[in-house]
Ligand binder design. Structure first.
Ligand code: R5P
Length: 290
């Protein structure tokens, strides 16, 4: 593998344990100001230090992430449709590889919509993006987007993931499902799972645990982290599974412990000098002292 490509992949998938914790904050590209991501900077800043990479669009990268902070970027380069538009699957590549290089992206991400009206267009675009990105040693992450009427079962997801890998995607992002091992088995490149809609914290931790146990390389999680009332404890708990050895129970205990610590710290009154304390005379130099 080309050195640059290998080096960039190592920013996304930690070579020490072969695991990845990606924080997804790209939802606005088709959903607009998603709940709790209305102000991306406010959402991203407190939690970004606990992930390995950030998945976002160039607009959010430029406006809401400090360029001096050394975080690897997975740049979403596909778009062109919205949640209220005619067809979500009608996506094109909307950000150039040249722009991705300017933004120092470690990987590019785009969606394919297997089985949808625009299946052909999105799969061909994936092949083209891989052609161009590989010229510069940039890996491509293919997102197997699932349309409204499509199931998220192992049969469909295996098909979509395998097609993405066959076009040359270096990493595939998909959903966790029953018999997920089958999806992993038939996909020759690493698989990362999306978190999906907000779940109770313990369920989201169980999703993470099961996906890793069944062969996922990691998670690209968004709403289940930043829509939590306690995003920092939540991302730390997810991390303790992805990069650690915690069980669901242990990760959930950690989550609760961190939530309590945060609560206790907030309830402690900050130190304030006692302005009314006049009993102590201010220090005055003894001018008569020779
Ligand atoms: C889909 O590609 C979205 O843009 C998100 O990146 C993805 O769904 C992961 O976020 P969440 O964990 O909120 O589903």
């Amino acid at each position: 593998m080309d050195w640059g490509l290998k080096n960039r992949i190592s920013k996304i998938i930690n070579p020490l344990d072969n695991r990845a914790l990606m924080l997804a904050v790209d939802h606005g590209y088709f959903l607009g100001p998603t709940e709790k991501l209305e102000n991306p900077q406010k959402t991203i800043k407190p939690i970004m230090r606990y992930c390995d990479s950030l998945m976002l669009t160039r607009g959010v990268q430029r406006t809401s992430v400090d360029a001096a902070y050394p975080i690897p970027i997975v740049l979403r380069v596909s778009g062109g449709s919205s949640i209220i538009g005619e067809d979500l699957s009608n996506e094109q590549i909307i950000t150039s590889v040249k722009e991705a290089i300017r933004l120092n992206a470690s990987a590019l991400a785009m969606s394919i919509f297997v089985g949808s009206k625009y299946e052909h267009q999105t799969i061909v675009n994936l092949g083209r993006l891989v052609n161009e990105a590989e010229e510069y040693g940039i890996p491509v992450l293919a997102v197997t987007a699932v349309g409204k009427d499509m199931g998220k079962d192992a049969r469909y997801l295996s098909l979509a993931c395998r097609i993405a890998a066959e076009q040359g995607a270096h990493i595939v992002k998909t959903y966790y499902c029953e018999n997920f091992e089958k999806v992993v088995e038939s996909c020759p490149v690493p698989i990362i799972i999306a978190g999906g809609k907000k779940l109770p914290e313990k369920d989201a931790l169980a999703l993470t645990y099961n996906a890793i146990k069944d062969g996922a390389t990691g998670v690209d999680m968004g709403r289940n982290i930043w829509q939590s009332d306690n995003p920092v404890p939540m991302i730390k708990a997810v991390r303790s599974i992805v990069h650690g050895t915690n069980s669901v129970e242990q990760a959930y205990t950690l989550y609760n412990k961190l939530c309590n610590e945060t609560k206790n710290n907030k309830s402690k009154k900050p130190f304030q000098p006692n302005k009314n304390n006049k009993s102590k005379k201010p220090f005055q130099q003894n001018k008569n002292k020779k």
